[in-house]
Design a protein around this ligand. Structure first.
Ligand code: AP5
Length: 219
């Protein structure tokens, strides 16, 4: 299945995508992760994206669309994928529509994860990730705290915050979401593929609701 996770920053798209990857094996296609990896590697793409990301602005579509399309042409996504953070505005959505039509493919499910802004700000300010390469440890000082402050339970490495996880940038990311990304829910609604999920519930409950929608469609 080809899934799209829509929702504001901090809605839990990444959290739920990782669970879907673990259960169904469909790769997570996250433009945010790809851009962060490019930044960490110091590539021209990473350098180009850095100032937009730190300001909470969208990286120009001319850059992001190419990155996403290249990823979607990989052999590992042939059996399905979980789109997380792409598309993010009408231009990107139209480019994706065109790309899928050319390949006689489509999205099977668009999951709209809804969460109130006050919950989002707390979640994002509390987010911590393990700095150790390949660990993937993911914590939240409010909702899923590590046993020892700023130390990863999994590998003992240090925990870090994302450079765009500060209050000022979060408010801009939310504003950008409302203006640019939220209208995509109505872009996809006529397809009949959109389901609205309460993202304020516990992660297991959110996952259960998404899984139920997937299973309904898989018959
Ligand atoms: P991106 O990396 O896509 O970030 P985002 O959309 O702002 O989303 P987040 O990663 O902050 O949140 P999430 O919904 O994945 O939540 P998570 O599961 O982590 O983009 C970053 C930047 O890159 C953009 O601002 C832009 O500059 C650029 N970019 C990326 N894609 C682009 C594109 N297509 N076009 C242009 N620019 C692009 O959860 C958050 C926290 O809450 C975690 O700590 C988690 O543990 C916790 N949590 C999750 N679910 C729950 C729950 N149910 N209950 C309690 N806590 C929870």
């Amino acid at each position: 299945m080809n899934l799209l996770l829509l929702g504001p920053p901090g809605a839990g798209k990444g959290t739920q995508a990782k669970r879907l990857v673990a259960e169904y094996g469909w790769p997570q296609v996250s433009t945010g992760d790809m851009l962060r990896e490019a930044r960490a590697a110091g590539t021209p793409l990473g350098k180009q994206a850095a100032s937009y990301m730190d300001a909470g602005e969208l990286v120009p579509a001319s850059v992001v669309i190419g990155v996403a399309k290249e990823r979607l042409m990989g052999s590992d996504v042939a059996g399905g994928y979980v789109l997380d953070g792409f598309p993010r505005n009408r231009e990107q959505a139209e480019a994706l529509d065109e790309f899928l039509t050319e390949r006689a493919e489509s999205l099977d499910l668009v999951v709209n994860i809804r969460v109130d802004p006050d919950v989002i700000v707390k979640r994002i300010l509390g987010r911590r990730a393990c700095a150790a390469p390949d660990c993937g440890g993911d914590f939240n000082v409010y909702f899923n705290p590590p046993a020892a402050e700023e130390i990863c339970d999994d590998c003992g490495g240090g925990l870090v915050r994302r450079s765009d996880d500060n209050e000022e940038t979060i408010l801009n990311r939310l504003d950008v979401y409302r203006r640019e990304t939220e209208p995509l829910i109505e872009h996809y609604r006529p397809s009949g593929k959109v389901v609205d999920i309460d993202g304020a519930a516990e992660p297991d409950e959110v996952y259960g609701a998404i899984k139920a929608e997937i299973e309904k469609r898989r018959g």
